[in-house]
Design a protein around this ligand. Structure first.
Ligand SMILES: NC(=O)c1ccc[n+]([C@@H]2O[C@H](COP(=O)([O-])OP(=O)(O)OC[C@H]3O[C@@H](n4cnc5c(N)ncnc54)[C@H](O)[C@@H]3O)[C@@H](O)[C@H]2O)c1
Length: 282
């Protein structure tokens, strides 16, 4: 790589960003950082999300096109990929899949009382859509040799976590697709496929926690570096889309301040001690 060519590490690259719903969306932070680093991108979301949220307005605020696409629909995916290639003027260098939804979570159905048609939708939107995206992109040959594809996951794919519900199963499947498709695309076209396991951030999909919630501060206290923000995630994504990570593939990369490898910290022990002491004095 010729680093004298440009100081912008994504200069000249063409990307597609899924999942910009509003300013709080993780995908929006990533989109902005990619544009700042010199990339040309297409922003996409469902027609319904575009109506309810601000995807189109945000795309035009960075002078980038918006193309609607339901990521579970293969015809929509085909149209998005071919149109993006046309609009951006060549094969695609990177894609961010930042897509998830669980009606069981939203309607507060507990894990031992799931609605199975919702469960199937959770899996389709939050995991199978990634397979459909990769399979369609591969069939149409729209990804450039050496391209980089990312999805966003959460540690509850590997650990049992109260409240994360059927999304845990969707994330486990998503990470498995990363490994299996990553091998095929790597062997055939040197294409990288990775998942970033992200700290909690208060967004629409992350609405089960807000900055005041117990879980958000528990996670922040347990992580030696604290919770990673949307901007922190965007930095990691830019690095993963760049040529600096040409041989990193089929991984789940933890952008979580060390949360996933920490069992207990002095600050958490102190919090427990304080609450036990308060109980004792009652
Ligand atoms: N916010 C967090 O704390 C957190 C932590 C770890 C991982 N994640 C993951 O990050 C990703 C982005 O979530 P977010 O927190 O930015 O919330 P968000 O609600 O802003 O983003 C989710 C996006 O998925 C889109 N989407 C839903 N169904 C779709 C479909 N059929 N086709 C295309 N798009 C569809 C929504 O419109 C929305 O833009 C999700 O995969 C989420 O699970 C979030």
């Amino acid at each position: 790589m010729d680093t004298t060519e440009s100081k912008h590490i994504l200069a000249g690259k063409r990307g597609i960003i899924f999942g910009v719903f509003n300013e709080k969306s993780l995908a929006w932070a990533v989109a902005k950082h990619c544009v700042d680093e010199g990339a040309n991108i297409v922003i996409t979301n469902t027609k319904a999300a575009a109506k309810l949220g601000s995807s189109e307005k945000l795309a035009s605020s960075v002078n980038m096109p918006f193309i609607p696409c339901d990521a579970t629909n293969e015809d929509d995916l085909e149209h998005l990929l071919l149109e993006s290639q046309k609009l951006l003027g060549g094969q695609i260098d990177f894609i961010l899949h930042s897509v998830a939804q669980s009606l069981n979570l939203r309607r507060r159905k507990s894990y031992d009382n799931l609605c199975y048609s919702y469960f199937q939708k959770t899996l389709d939107i939050s995991a199978l859509s990634f397979h459909k995206l990769l399979q369609t992109a591969h069939r149409l040959n729209v990804l450039k040799r050496g391209a980089s594809v990312l999805t966003i996951t959460y540690i509850a794919s590997e650990r049992s976590m109260a409240g994360y519900n059927d999304m845990s199963d969707a994330k486990a499947l998503l990470e498995s697709i990363v490994r299996n498709f990553g091998r095929i695309l790597g062997e055939q076209k040197q294409i990288r496929v990775n998942a970033i396991s992200q700290s909690p951030v208060p967004t629409k999909a992350g609405s089960h926690w807000n900055e005041e919630s117990y879980f958000f501060s528990y996670s922040n206290q347990l992580a030696p570096l604290g919770n990673a923000t949307a901007d922190d995630l965007a930095d990691v994504c830019v690095m993963m889309f760049s040529d600096y990570t040409k041989r990193v593939t089929m991984q789940t990369i933890y952008n979580d301040g060390g949360f996933s490898n920490t069992l207990l910290t002095p600050s958490l022990i102190n919090s427990f001690r304080k609450s036990i002491d308060t109980e004792d004095t009652k």
